[in-house]
Design a protein around this ligand. Structure first.
Ligand code: ATP
Length: 319
């Protein structure tokens, strides 16, 4: 559904050339939900803007919905819905009118646009708000209207650029409930950029991570976490002088990657912590060391980014 090969995009600025995207290649199959992650300035929006025909490519090639983004931009636009960060509705228009106007801009007949608007209002639970001014909607309702606007022409591919930024956790969950339901209903392909790592982890079947204009990882969240981060077992021992021996035992566990000892606490990162914890406790016991506390922590996508770059995505985003 989406295919890109060696996409590049640079910008001329007063300070020199900014290479925002440097040789991006990706494939997204029909019906997939893919999340695009990366710190600020990684090149995500530039990539999405190229794929959605909003920005010309510097070089490379991309097809979306079977059409070349550079040579057939109008055909691409018919195949995609785009919900950007600042997309939106005119504040003084009524919700249903806004949808119908959008449909007509997409060359739908008025009758079809009205019917589609009513369907989407129902699916996104906005039907009670059809006659309200857009300006009076809550943040969550507004985002659902943005999604409805992007879907008026029934596109098979939906680009969502940070759809839930600024929403409270309840509204985020609610938006995702609706997007999931729409997807089950229509089998849409969804390309999502988000700053919320938990959102990407839970919602996406595949995660692509960008950094400094290049793709540095592309896999399912589960495989990324198992291959690039791993579980962390933490134990505490009775006294500080046992910690170094405990760390040595930890380092010899199958697949152990990284161990650390801090006073009475020892941590080890390895592929399957839950399965290896009893073995670790047994080896400690054989060496005359008792674990006073023990826990296993599953990795997050932030641990994956940290493993790849040595930086935390959360902290980079906050900075
Ligand atoms: N029109 C432009 N002119 C000059 N530089 C630009 C322009 N658009 C983007 N850039 C630069 O290109 C790089 C990538 O920006 P981009 O917006 O694609 O990153 P991003 O990953 O989407 O970041 P964010 O998460 O903050 O939205 C940044 O260094 C940015 O400053």
């Amino acid at each position: 559904m989406i295919k890109a090969r060696d996409l590049t995009r640079s910008f001329k600025t007063k300070a020199g050339i900014v290479e925002a995207v440097r040789g991006l290649s990706l494939d997204v199959a029909e019906g997939e939900l893919v999340a695009f992650l990366g710190p600020n300035g990684a090149g995500k929006s530039t990539s999405v803007r190229m794929l959605t025909t909003l920005l010309p490519l510097s070089s490379g090639q991309a097809t979306v919905g079977g059409h070349d983004v550079a040579r057939e931009p109008a055909a691409v636009r018919r195949k995609i819905g785009y919900v950007g960060q600042g997309t939106g509705s005119g504040p003084y228009h009524r919700v249903r009118d806004e949808l119908v106007t959008q449909g007509q801009a997409q060359r739908m007949r008025q009758r079809d646009a009205r019917r589609r608007a009513d369907d989407l209002l129902g699916m996104l639970e906005l039907d009670g708000l059809a006659d309200r001014d857009c300006a009076s909607l809550s943040g969550g309702q507004k985002r659902r209207l943005d999604v409805a606007l992007g879907l008026m022409h029934t596109p098979p591919i939906l680009f969502l650029d940070e759809p839930s930024t600024g929403l409270d956790p309840h509204s985020r969950a609610n938006l995702w409930e609706h997007i999931t339901r729409l997807r089950q209903h229509s089998g849409m392909t969804i390309f999502l950029t988000t700053h919320y790592l938990d959102e990407a982890d839970i919602m996406a079947e595949r995660v692509m991570i960008m950094d400094h204009g290049v793709m540095i990882a592309d896999d399912t969240p589960a495989r990324l976490k198992a291959d690039l981060a791993g579980d962390t077992i933490r134990i505490s021992v009775l006294c500080e002088d046992q910690a170094a021996s405990a760390a040595e035992i930890a380092q010899n566990l199958p697949g152990a990657r990284q161990t650390s000892a801090d006073r009475r606490d020892v941590a080890v990162t390895l592929p399957d912590g839950t399965a290896l914890l009893p073995e670790f406790i047994r080896r400690l016991h054989d060496a005359g060391i008792e674990a006073m506390t023990a826990s296993v922590k599953s990795p997050t996508l932030d641990d994956v980014f940290l493993g790849l770059t040595g930086r935390s995505l959360r902290e980079t985003a906050a900075a």
